[in-house]
Design a binder for this molecule. Structure first.
Ligand code: SAM
Length: 225
C-alpha cells in the first residue's frame, strides 16, 4: 500500500496530535490528516467530519486509497460527534470565526479534550475568544507552507489569564519559534494595511491610530528577539 505524504502545514498538525489519540478532524475535506495518522498507526481511531457531502466523499476515497478505516460524519462542526467519542479535536483550514461558532456549539470540548486549531483568518479574534471562554493555551506553533506562515493554537479547557491586545496579534507562546520574527513582520504589515484602509474613511481615523500603536508594540517585540 502506498504511503501518504503531507505538505508542511498538515505535517505540523499531524506532529502535534498526541500519540494514541482518538481524533475528530472537523472540516476534513480530503481527509489527508486522519488518513496519514491512521496509516502511521499514530492514533487509535479517527472520525472525519465535514459540512459538505462532496468533501466527505473525498475523505472516503482517500481512506480507501490508503487502506485505512476512517469514520465519516456529515455534520456542521462537532454536531454529529458525541463528547465521549474523541479526546482530540483538530479544526484546520477554516476561518477563525467559523471555529468560534463550532466551539460555541460544543462546550464539551472544554472537558478533557485537546484542541489543535489552525485558523486561516481572524487569529486575533480566535485567541481572545478562547481565553475568554474557558480554554487555556498549551502550545503555539508556526509553519510556513507555500510562502504563507500559519499559526497553530493548541488549547484545552482551563483558566487563561486575559490576553492583552498585543498578545492576540503576537501570540503567547511563540517567542522561541524560528519563524517568530517573520510572523511579527507579517502581522505588522497586516496592521499597516488595515490602518491605511481606515484612514481613507474619515470616521474610522481614530481606530487607525490604535492599530499604529499596536503595530509599534509588535515592532518592539521583534526588536527584542
Ligand atoms: C479549506 S478546507 C480545509 C481542509 C483541511 N482541514 C485542511 O486543513 O487542509 C475547509 C473544509 O471545512 C469544511 N467546513 C467549513 N465549515 C464547516 C463546518 N461548520 N463544519 C464542518 N465542516 C466545515 C468545508 O466544507 C471544507 O471541506
Amino acid at each position: 500500500m502506498k504511503e501518504l505524504q503531507l505538505q508542511p502545514r498538515l505535517q505540523m498538525l499531524a506532529d502535534l496530535v498526541p500519540p494514541g489519540a482518538i481524533l475528530a478532524d472537523v472540516g476534513t475535506d480530503h481527509g489527508y490528516l486522519p488518513v496519514y495518522l491512521l496509516q502511521k498507526g499514530a492514533i487509535k481511531r479517527a472520525i472525519a467530519s465535514d459540512i459538505g457531502a462532496e468533501p466527505l466523499d473525498h475523505a472516503r476515497r482517500t481512506a480507501e486509497e490508503y487502506g485505512v478505516a476512517l469514520e465519516l460524519r456529515l455534520c456542521d462542526g462537532l454536531a454529529g460527534i458525541a463528547p465521549y467519542e474523541v479526546d482530540t479535536v483538530v479544526i484546520a483550514g477554516m476561518g477563525g470565526e467559523s471555529m468560534i461558532s463550532i466551539l460555541s456549539a460544543a462546550p464539551w470540548t472544554k472537558d478533557g479534550c485537546r484542541l489543535i486549531l489552525q485558523p486561516m483568518t481572524r487569529q486575533e479574534l480566535l485567541r481572545r475568544w478562547l481565553a475568554e471562554n474557558g480554554y487555556r493555551f498549551t502550545a503555539e506553533r508556526l509553519v510556513e507552507d507555500k510562502g504563507t506562515i500559519y499559526p497553530i493554537l493548541c488549547v484545552e479547557g482551563g483558566e487563561q489569564p486575559s490576553l492583552s491586545e498585543v498578545e492576540t496579534y503576537a501570540g503567547l507562546l511563540l517567542a522561541d519559534d524560528p519563524l517568530y520574527g517573520e510572523y511579527l513582520t507579517r502581522q505588522m504589515a497586516r496592521l499597516q494595511k488595515a490602518a491605511d484602509g481606515m484612514r481613507r474613511s474619515q470616521d474610522k481615523a481614530c481606530k487607525a491610530d490604535a492599530l499604529d500603536r499596536l503595530r509599534e508594540a509588535l515592532a518592539e517585540k521583534r526588536r527584542q528577539l
